[in-house]
Design a protein around this ligand. Structure first.
Ligand code: NAI
Length: 724
């Protein structure tokens, strides 16, 4: 092997393996390779030089560990101020990949690690794709998650390579495809061990140069049914119609990107690849300027910036490795936390009051792992190894070795005090103690501790293995060491972590309670359950507030309401309707009786109209959706602003992330603070004052909002990158 002439830019190194040029992409100073216009240009120059150098074929490989190309440079995209500017970027990308596809020298993509977005579009333009059989190797077109569509030929090349239905599934969901599955669907051509990736890629390049293999560009492995359906216009019409119905059912029409993707893919089938690419660039350009894409890109930047946030002010201590976890309470949440912990290799000890409960907890852990096994996300061997990590007891044996203890016993302060007092003497001097309470101020729990500096809150959401947020709660006495440990461990569990300061309901429970409470007030006024839930799902919440009450548990909601009304007075005073339903003993879905009917299999049915009697009035009317939305959403938004004003939240960014990932605030609206910015603080204050005139003092605007309206301030800059 010898070194060939180097292209400009420093992002590529070209070496020669006899007659094959091996191009290593490694953008200096960046953790990942991302595609930008300048990178494409310098790659173009490199291609010219390689062609002149007499090489017969090219292998493209990444120099980054465990990552091929992570996608397009989103910051560059954000810089596009008009649809036309973004459309031009798309055309540049398309032109470059066209060139790659038509290159005289066959190009083989040697893929190890994440191959996403523009990275996959590049691989699609290559003549052959070899990928490693490694858990880090995933392929996806995730643009739709940013409110966009693939803009460099992906909407055209992917269906041609893997067939219409599989391509639509990838483009409309943005889901990750692991290498083994990618091989089965023809997305890659070879699956190899990482150690031989380069060798196999070079061999394939040579075979392509020799004509011993033909470039891999057409759909394979679709099966007879797939071919029948997809290769005729009638069948395709059925596929497109079903896909559109699926998108609308899922998005309620709030997200323009998947619908645009369907149009663009269809244009490619109906009018050919050239027209398809035209449409792709045009729609890509337009989508970049939609509010939905702007909010989704904001969420992307906000989550990325959170990953770099240690959770405490500088200088931040280095977090310790949490290797052993003790969990108090093997119930719903305790077992849920254990199930994600063992998947990260943590040794877990579950403690409950009797063996039956411990056994039930361990069975729940196993059930979560089995579900992943069924989806082929884990192997049988992995499940066995993970279950070995989980143990249980009815005493504190094993807790003396724990680095972290998470308490998830019933929501009862006296009990929480008792278990803390019981376990603390057994713990190591540096062990962190976290409560998973959803409402009780951590300082009140820590009052029972000899070492309150090691006590904090780790508020997971249910179900733990699915919900992405972790809210870490620090009291005035919690040490920085304890906070960074909890944050780092939460991240290891795959969670998006916000750190908030202590107070009743912290941030998420408090903001959610204001919203749910307003729904209760609407019930007091005679609103029908359906009209409330419909209005808010139409606004973009995943479920309506009354359905959510059934899910969370009416009894749990009742307890939360009590704590918060004691803390915040009339503003949070529970509605009569809710109080009566709590008193009636209905608990919601878990008890099979709530606001809705539940079948014996737990399936939710219609509204249980007998509950209107419980609430004290059968007469119900449909309240205008705009009234429902205005009141419930503004109650939440105003409470979020109070949390920022009172120092519970450290930043608007954390408030937006917490609301979107923890309590279902519609992602395409960015979060409460982004919502305020989009409407203008003055407008929000005016609307709040209007409502407060009708329902004093519930809607009294947060002082912070009044101030911002007066000074015409925003939470985020009006253009450019929203958060660092
Ligand atoms: P759960 O009722 O399913 O489990 C509580 C467990 O604690 C039971 O298994 C019980 O036997 C056990 N326990 C009681 N006394 C104990 C003791 N002295 N030592 C060890 N274990 C003991 O309750 P869930 O839903 O898991 O809630 C636990 C905590 O998590 C509560 O503080 C709750 O507010 C909080 N939380 C609950 C969420 C939910 O959606 N269920 C969400 C977020 C937080």
């Amino acid at each position: 092997m010898n070194t060939a002439p180097q292209p400009p830019g420093g992002a590529f190194t070209v070496t020669r393996d006899v007659d094959i040029a091996v191009v290593t992409l490694d953008i200096p100073g960046q953790p990942l390779n991302t595609l930008s216009t300048s990178l494409a240009a310098s790659f173009g120059t490199a291609l010219d030089e390689i062609t002149r150098s007499g090489a017969r074929a090219i292998v493209l490989v990444s120099g980054k560990p465990d990552s091929f190309i992570a996608g397009a440079d989103i910051e560059q995209l954000l810089g596009a101020r008009t649809a036309q500017e973004a459309e031009r970027m798309s055309r540049d990308g398309q032109a470059f990949f066209d060139r790659l596809e038509q290159s005289k020298l066959p190009v083989v993509a040697a893929i190890h690690g994440a191959c996403l977005g523009g990275g996959l579009e590049l691989a699609l333009a290559c003549a052959w794709r070899v990928a490693t059989d490694h858990p880090k190797t995933v392929l996806a077109l995730p643009e739709v998650q940013l409110g966009l569509i693939p803009g460099s030929g992906g909407t055209q090349r992917l269906p041609r390579l893997v067939g219409l239905q599989r391509a639509l599934d990838m483009i409309l969901t943005g889901r990750n495809i692991r290498a083994k599955k990618a091989l089965g669907m023809g997305l890659i051509d070879d699956l190899v061990h990482p150690a031989i990736l380069r060798d196999v890629a070079v061999r394939r390049a040579r075979e392509l140069a020799d004509g011993a293999r033909k470039p891999s560009r057409t759909a394979k492995g679709r099966g007879a049914a797939g071919v029948l359906l997809e290769d005729n216009p009638l069948g395709r019409r059925v596929v497109f119609r079903q896909a559109k119905a699926g998108v609308l059912a899922k998005t309620h029409g709030h997200y323009p990107a998947p619908l645009a993707a369907l149009d663009v893919v269809r244009a490619g089938y109906d009018r050919g690849m050239r027209q398809g690419l035209e449409e792709e660039a045009r729609q890509f350009g337009e989508l970049t300027q939609t509010p939905e894409a702007k909010e989704l890109m904001f969420l992307f930047f906000a989550t990325t910036s959170l990953k770099k946030d240690a959770g405490v002010s500088d200088p931040a201590p280095k977090p310790r490795d949490i290797e052993r976890l003790g969990i108090l309470g093997a119930g719903f949440m305790g077992a849920g936390i254990a199930s994600v912990a063992v998947q990260q290799g943590t040794i877990v000890r579950l403690k409950d009051t009797d063996h039956a409960r411990v056994g039930k907890g361990l069975a729940s852990v196993r059930a979560v792992l089995q579900e992943r096994l069924k989806k082929k996300q884990l192997t049988r061997g992995q499940v066995t190894d993970m279950m070995v990590l989980a143990g249980g007891s009815t005493d504190y044996s094993g807790f003396e070795q724990a680095d972290l203890v998470i308490e998830a016993v019933f929501e009862d302060l006296a009990l929480k005090h008792r278990v803390l007092r019981d376990v603390e003497p057994a713990l190591r001097a540096d062990a962190v103690y976290a409560s998973n309470t959803s409402t009780i101020p951590i300082a009140e729990i820590a009052a029972a501790a000899t070492h309150p500096e090691r006590v904090l809150g780790m508020h997971f959401f249910s179900p733990v293995h699915k919900m992405p947020l972790l809210e870490v709660i620090a009291t005035e006495r919690t040490s920085k060491e304890a906070i960074v440990d909890a944050v780092a461990y939460g991240r290891r569990l795959g969670k998006t972590v916000i750190v908030v300061n202590d107070g009743p309901g912290f941030y998420t429970t408090r903001a959610l309670a204001a919203y749910l409470n307003e729904a209760g007030k609407l019930l007091d006024e005679g609103a029908s359950i359906g009209s409330i839930d419909r209005a808010l799902t139409d606004f973009g919440f995943p479920v309506g507030p009354i359905t959510l009450m059934d899910e969370v548990g009416i009894d749990v909601g009742g307890k939360v309401g009590l704590v918060l009304s004691q803390a915040f007075g009339t503003r949070m005073a529970p509605s009569d309707a809710m109080r009566k339903v709590v008193e009636s003993g209905r608990t919601g879905r878990k008890g099979g009786k709530g606001f809705y009917l539940y079948g014996s299999n737990g399936k939710k049915g219609d509204v249980d109209t007998s509950i209107y009697e419980v609430m004290g009035g059968r007469e119900r009317r449909d309240i205008e959706a705009s009234e429902v939305v205005e009141r419930c959403v503004l109650a939440m938004v105003n409470e979020a602003a109070r949390c920022l004003e009172g120092g519970i939240l450290r930043s608007a960014r954390d408030g937006d992330i917490g609301a979107v990932f923890g309590i279902g605030f519609p992602p395409f609206r960015g979060g409460p603070f982004r919502y305020i910015d989009s409407q203008g603080a003055d407008e929000i204050v005016e609307r709040l004052e209007g409502l407060n005139g009708r329902f004093p003092p519930r809607f009294e605007p947060a002082e912070l909002l009044v101030e911002m309206a007066r000074a015409r301030r925003r939470f985020y800059p009006a253009s450019g990158k929203p958060v660092e």
